[in-house]
Every structure is written in structure tokens, then in C-alpha cells.
Design a protein around this ligand. Structure first.
Ligand code: UD1
Length: 381
């Protein structure tokens, strides 16, 4: 029996292709949802869009400080592991749920598989970097997405036989859903379709503590995003953390927030090019992928979006000082620009005017990563 652990939004799409392959191989599995993310749009929407089976066990943990959240997940997950004694637990990505469950399993001597192992930003002010380092040290199967990750793990003393370069499961999911996503109707709903085509627009996501938790930084970032919004529509599905901060800091007026999901939503409120960033509630997987695939520019501080834009060939500005995914810069369409307003504006305008060179697709980002993972597991069990 394999336990598949997921807790936060970026985990769910990584689970999907693994579940599919486990089903094909008739391997028994259970989905454990920690409840780190609990809003409908941050969790249920993804299960629905991807047709993922409902979680078998829901720990219902919710938000808290890092210690509270991690500790509560550990306490609840340990009880489940002791009762069910899985043969393997599989964790994905780098969120608090990932490290919490890996730690529980390792101490119960249950083998741990980490999908997306070895990524390093070398920035320990990021909570995710701590989660990555610790999870990798106690994992038995380290499934990597790129050669940088293999090198990082070797440097940290991980035995080579534990490292398996398999590719990127998130890209498996993207490739399987892209055509369906393009038909999601989100472009039309937002009034971005004109004369049989799609007008140029930018898509924003922003939720990292380093960008949104300080009022001056947040204000500065919205200053430049609103300058870009004077040139092209800028659509911003707002993460709950960011919405909370905008409200707390009295900055909600920086965006024109519209509830695009409401039944009576009237897209004419977006006509005539709103000159401010248009905030909308967080989107499900297909609607977001639809917007991302047709955007002229994506501006983000997410990890996964740097990879998804690389596959889509869509230019991406990453508002961070570093990335744990350098392959997206070297081979993909990603530019790491920090949060300096002038740099963001210059690069955004340059891309909108001149475009970018078409880049390469990183090795093994071919839709078959989950198949490779499950092959390795069936050999070992
Ligand atoms: C977490 C991950 C981050 C990932 C992000 C994707 C960690 C350390 N961080 O950050 O790596 O990129 O998810 O979204 O695991 N909230 C809600 N509803 C929800 C979830 C959260 O309102 O369903 C609000 C709460 O106020 C909460 C805050 O968002 O306190 C932050 O949530 P949390 O899970 O702690 O971290 P994220 O910022 O979402």
C-alpha cells in the first residue's frame, strides 16, 4: 500500500499522473490530504478539474504558524501511519505537509519517496528550502526533474543509487490537460477575446512572504504592475494570503477586484481596458492553465509556474532574487528579476515589444515522468 500525501495547491496536480500510473499497475494506494489548503478554490477545485479520486483520509489541519502547522500534521499523520502501516509514503514538492509527513514516516521506518527532490534555491530564508533539504536527507527514493537536482543531491552526500532522474510530473499533468484547458471559456469570460483572436494580456500570481508580507514591498510591486496595466490588461487571481495582506495594509484599492466566478458577473466591467490590475478569486486548474497558455507575459513568484511557462513557451518574469529551478532560465522562458520596480518594468516592456527567443524543452519533460516513477517502484516492491 502506497500513501500519497498532498496538502497544498501545488501538490494536487503532481499527484494526478502518479495516481493514473498506480491504477494502471493495479498498485494499492491511498490519498492523504493534510488540509494545509482548505478553501474550495485552493483544494476542491483541483480534485474536480483533474478528476482526482476524493482523498481517502483527510487530516483537516488548516493554517497556523510553521511550527503549529507542521507539528499538527505530524501528530495526525503518525496516528494514521501506525494504524495502517503503509509500505511506502510518497510526498511531492516542498510545502510544510511534505516535510511533516516525510519525517513521521522516516521515524516509523516506513520508506519515503520524494517527488521533485534536489531543487535548491540556496536561500534558507525561504521556508520551502528548509523543507526541501530536510525531506531529501530522510528520503529513500529521490525522484528528480533535472540534472541540477541530481548534482545538488550528490553534493549533499545522498547515495547515487537513491537518486532517479525521471522528469517532471507536473508537466505530465499539463500536457494531458492543455487542450481541454484551452476550451475552458475563461478568455471569453474575461473579455479577452476579440475579432476571433486573443488580445495581449499579462497574468500575475503573487503570494511569497518576501513579496506580500511587507507593506512597502507590496505597494511598490503593485505600483509597477499598475504601470503595466496601463499598456495591457493585467489579470491577477489573488491568493488568499495576498488578499488578506492587501486588506490589512489598506492596499486593496491597488487592484480592481471582481468576482468573476459569480453567476451574475458582467464582463463589461472589464471593457475599455481597466487601467488597474484586475483581481479575481483564485482559479481552478483548467481555467488557470487556459489563461497561462495564451498570456503575452506571466509575472509570478511561484515555483511551478516557472516550469509550466517554459513548456508553454510563454515569457515569465519571476519576482524573486533566486530560483530553485535554474533550468527554466537556462533552457526555458524564465527571467528572474527580483522585486526592483525599475527592473520589472524594463524587462516586461522589452518582452512585450520584442518577444523572446524560443527555447528548449528540458530533458524528460515529456509527459512520462510518472510512468518512470511507478516502473522504479514496481521493481523495488
Ligand atoms: C504554501 C506553501 C508554498 C506554496 C503555496 C502555494 C509552505 C511553507 N508554503 O504557501 O510553498 O507555494 O502554499 O499556494 O508550505 N489560506 C486560506 N485558505 C487556504 C489556504 C491558506 O485562506 O485554503 C490563507 C491563510 O490565511 C493562511 C495563509 O493563506 O494563513 C497562508 O497559507 P499557508 O498554507 O501557510 O501558506 P501559503 O502561503 O499558501
Amino acid at each position: 500500500m502506497v500513501f500519497l500525501v498532498a496538502g497544498a495547491r501545488p501538490n494536487f496536480m503532481k499527484l494526478y499522473p502518479i495516481v493514473e500510473e498506480l491504477m494502471k499497475e493495479k498498485m494499492k494506494y491511498r490519498i492523504i490530504h493534510t488540509g494545509q489548503h482548505y478553501d474550495k478554490e485552493m483544494s476542491d477545485a483541483f480534485f474536480k478539474d483533474l478528476g482526482l479520486p476524493e482523498p481517502d483520509i483527510h487530516l483537516g489541519i488548516g493554517s497556523g504558524t510553521h511550527a503549529e502547522q507542521t507539528a499538527q500534521i505530524m501528530i495526525a499523520f503518525e496516528k494514521v501511519c501506525i494504524k495502517e502501516r503503509p509500505d511506502l509514503i510518497m510526498v511531492v514538492g516542498d510545502v510544510n505537509s511534505t516535510v511533516a509527513c516525510a519525517l513521521v514516516a522516516a521515524k516509523l521506518l516506513i520508506p519515503v519517496a520524494h517527488v521533485e527532490a534536489g531543487l535548491r534555491s540556496f536561500d534558507r530564508t525561504m521556508p520551502e528550502e528548509i523543507n526541501r533539504l530536510l525531506t531529501d536527507q530522510i528520503s529513500d527514493f529521490l525522484f528528480t526533474t533535472c540534472e541540477d537536482a541530481n548534482r545538488n543531491l550528490i553534493r549533499e552526500g545522498i547515495p547515487e543509487e537513491k537518486i532517479h532522474f525521471v522528469g517532471n510530473v507536473m508537466i505530465d499533468t499539463l500536457l494531458k490537460h492543455l487542450e481541454m484547458a484551452k476550451k475552458s471559456g475563461m478568455i471569453e469570460r474575461l473579455g479577452l477575446a476579440r475579432d476571433g483572436g486573443v488580445i495581449a494580456y499579462a497574468l500575475i500570481t503573487l503570494h511569497r512572504p518576501s513579496n506580500v508580507d511587507d507593506p512597502r514591498t507590496l505597494k511598490k510591486i503593485f505600483g509597477v504592475l499598475n504601470e503595466i496595466a496601463r499598456k495591457i490588461p493585467v489579470i491577477f487571481p489573488v491568493h488568499p494570503r495576498t488578499l488578506k495582506r492587501l486588506q490589512e495594509f489598506g492596499l486593496k484599492g491597488q487592484i480592481n477586484y471582481v468576482d468573476v466566478s459569480a453567476a451574475n458577473f458582467d464582463k463589461s466591467c472589464l471593457d475599455g481596458r481597466p487601467l488597474r490590475v484586475v483581481g479575481i478569486p483564485p482559479l481552478g486548474y483548467l481555467n488557470f492553465l487556459c489563461l497561462m497558455s495564451k498570456a503575452a507575459l506571466v509575472i509570478t513568484d511561484s515555483g511551478g509556474i516557472q516550469e509550466e511557462t517554459t513548456i508553454l513557451g510563454v515569457p515569465c518574469l519571476t519576482l524573486r532574487n533566486n530560483t530553485e529551478r535554474p533550468v527554466t532560465v537556462r533552457e526555458g522562458t524564465n527571467f528572474v528579476v527580483g522585486n526592483d520596480a525599475r527592473r520589472i518594468k524594463e524587462k516586461a516592456l522589452d518582452i512585450l515589444e520584442n518577444g523572446i527567443r524560443r527555447r528548449r524543452i528540458p530533458k524528460y519533460w515529456d509527459g512520462k515522468a510518472a510512468e518512470r516513477i511507478v516502473k522504479i517502484l514496481t521493481k523495488s516492491f
